[in-house]
Design a protein around this ligand. Structure first.
Ligand code: AN7
Length: 399
């Protein structure tokens, strides 16, 4: 099935202006708005595994893909709720969904002759970018908010050889600084999600869900930080409709942590533009973001899909993380557990019907944030190798 064959364009989501792609074009020259990729040729012809299975719905590149087999993550049926599925993105090569975008963005960076790539990050974007850049022979420079990134993500980035710029401020400060550097010094190619080519790779999560279920689910639930992932999902669902591959699109539901919830707040108050949060606070460090760069795209995704967004407390997030680990066997980081906490809240508030086919996007692996697991109650004893077996048995039964 083919769409119209034409030239690939960048289109402004604010004013609709259309531009021929060029390596340094990330903002609308007319109004400064966000750009989205409009592919000239869309073809649904899945072949092979992973992100590049959907090559026909991705930008054409001259360089061969910088890939580690990212994507093709499991869709796991819940044992607790009828109709519920978990899309476990922790099984990507660096342990988060970011790898889907990075395989595409890194390949495009090579096409554009980049030498250094940069991104600000709450952790996962940084480690993913560092991995793909190292593989491609590019120099990764990451901007991290100091004292605000989970340990596993820092160690991963160091291991991949990233240059780290610790910013004494929030993620939002770090991304403004990284944007300024890449705008003023052209030798740094930006990989944050205002780079619309990266979001093209992130569309593939939805294509996989659609193929695995054999239809569109009733709803997709995403934890929302910088708001790129939910926007990419909606773009993917619309493309499948447009191509006639799908008859329906799901509702797109966003979940934010209280204390870092400008999108959920804008949705519940019916605002056209979110009120940004100056000092975002939550235990879910990955989504501790007060000024999401993709807010326009995300509000569009939520409203046009008849979706909604809710906020959940840190207590609800931690409880959800524990339930997923102890009753489903899935360890996720707190930001990812927010989607389960949000699902429970939306069921309770009647925003989702029981039994609806709902997919929770579990964005990142729990081992990335070991500190978040330290509060789990442990059942343990210490024994000598010579311990009496009957006594050991009695003790184990008593726990
Ligand atoms: C586990 O790494 O923004 O709404 O800099 O790591 O697309 O931003 C991470 C975001 C959800 C939110 N879950 O996705 C970064 C960063 C996890 C994440 C999100 C992130 P977006």
């Amino acid at each position: 099935m083919n769409g119209d064959v034409g030239e690939t364009l960048l289109r402004c989501v604010s004013c609709g202006g259309e531009y021929k792609p060029s390596p340094r074009l990330f903002r609308c020259p007319r109004c400064g708005g966000l750009l989205e990729v409009v592919l000239g040729n869309l073809t649904w012809s899945p072949r092979g595994k992973g992100v590049w299975r959907y090559r026909g719905l991705l930008p054409q590149t001259k360089a061969s893909p910088v890939t580690m087999g990212e994507g093709s993550t499991p869709l796991i049926a819940s044992r607790l709720h009828k109709g519920l599925y978990y899309k476990f993105e922790g099984s990507n090569p660096t342990g988060s969904f970011k790898d889907r975008g990075m395989t595409v963005a890194t390949t495009i960076a090579l096409d554009n002759g980049a030498r250094s790539v940069i991104a600000a990050s709450t952790g996962n974007t940084a480690s993913s970018m560092a991995a793909y850049a190292s593989r491609a022979g590019l120099r990764p420079v990451i901007f991290l908010p100091r004292n605000k990134v989970a340990k596993g993500k820092i160690l991963q980035s160091i291991a991949y050889g990233a240059v780290i710029v610790w910013v004494e401020g929030s993620f939002d400060d770090a991304i403004s600084l990284a944007m300024k550097l890449s705008e003023e010094k052209q030798s740094y190619y930006p990989m944050n999600s205002f780079n619309p080519w990266r979001l093209e790779g992130q569309k593939t999560l939805y294509y996989e869900v659609f193929e695995d279920l054999g239809k569109a689910p009733d709803a997709m639930v995403y934890p929302v930080g910088n708001a790129g992932n939910i926007s990419a999902g909606w773009k993917a669902a619309q493309e499948l409709l447009m191509l006639g591959v799908a008859d329906e699109a799901p509702r797109f539901l966003g979940v934010q942590a209280k204390g870092a919830s400008p999108i959920a707040d804008a949705v519940s108050r019916g605002l056209d533009k979110p009120v940004f949060v100056d000092r975002p606070e939550t235990a879910a460090s990955a989504i501790r973001i007060g000024k999401p760069v993709n807010w326009q795209k995300a509000l569009k995704a939520i409203r046009e899909s008849n979706g909604t967004a809710v906020m959940v407390s840190d207590e609800e997030i931690i409880q959800a993380q524990r339930t997923l680990a102890r009753r489903e066997g899935i360890i996720v980081e707190p930001a990812s557990a927010a989607s389960y906490a949000g699902y429970l809240r939306m069921l309770e508030e009647g925003l989702i019907d029981r039994g609806d086919t709902v997919v929770l996007v579990l964005t990142g692996h729990g081992l990335k944030d070991p500190a978040s697991l330290e509060s789990m109650v442990s059942n343990e004893i210490i024994v000598k190798p010579s311990v009496d077996i009957d006594e050991l048995d009695r003790t184990l039964r008593a726990i």
